[in-house]
Design a protein around this ligand. Sequence first.
Ligand SMILES: Cc1cc2nc3c(=O)[nH]c(=O)nc-3n(C[C@H](O)[C@H](O)[C@H](O)COP(=O)(O)O)c2cc1C
Length: 173
Amino acid sequence: MAKIGLFYGSKRGNTADAAMTIKESFDQVEPDLVEVHNVKRIELSKMNEYEKIILGSSTWEAGQLQMHWKRAFPQMDEIDLHGKQVAVFGFGNQSEFNTTFQGGIAILSQKARERGADLVGLWPIDGYQVADCPAVEDGHFVGLALDNTNQHELTKERIQTWVQQLISEFGLG
Ligand SMILES: Cc1cc2nc3c(=O)[nH]c(=O)nc-3n(C[C@H](O)[C@H](O)[C@H](O)COP(=O)(O)O)c2cc1C
């Protein structure tokens, strides 16, 4: 089966840990189906090797991408995502940063669409305390929204549910 590429940026390790949990959850379909890349260390042209892509970033600086993503981000304009499926996930803090909650996944999803991707993995806002933030669109987050500051106990279960959703949307199950 063709591999899935997961690209993440993380400052304190939350997004990195979630990337590994996502990878392990996909192992039920096929071992090592997901290949995990830290955007701190690779060129984004690596994305050209995949038809199904997962992008993960925490949010910093009032709704901005995590710093390694921010540095790599201009390379996205060189990537053609037409005909590809892209899903996004991220970490934020909904109580302290209510209006910029998950701004990182808003930026990633917008760019993925701009580059031609079919965005999958939308996630319901039920169970979150959010204002009208950029990551919310028609009553859904544009991707999986995780919050280890306020809802740490829900993270693993949310990831597992989201991966089941992606297995279906990617046509793998
Ligand atoms: C200085 C600072 C600014 C932050 N800004 C935001 C923000 O604008 N929006 C948001 O949702 N979370 C914000 N956060 C929360 C982080 O995204 C959160 O701590 C996240 O879990 C970090 O994930 P990481 O370890 O993968 O980098 C901020 C955190 C700090 C310390």
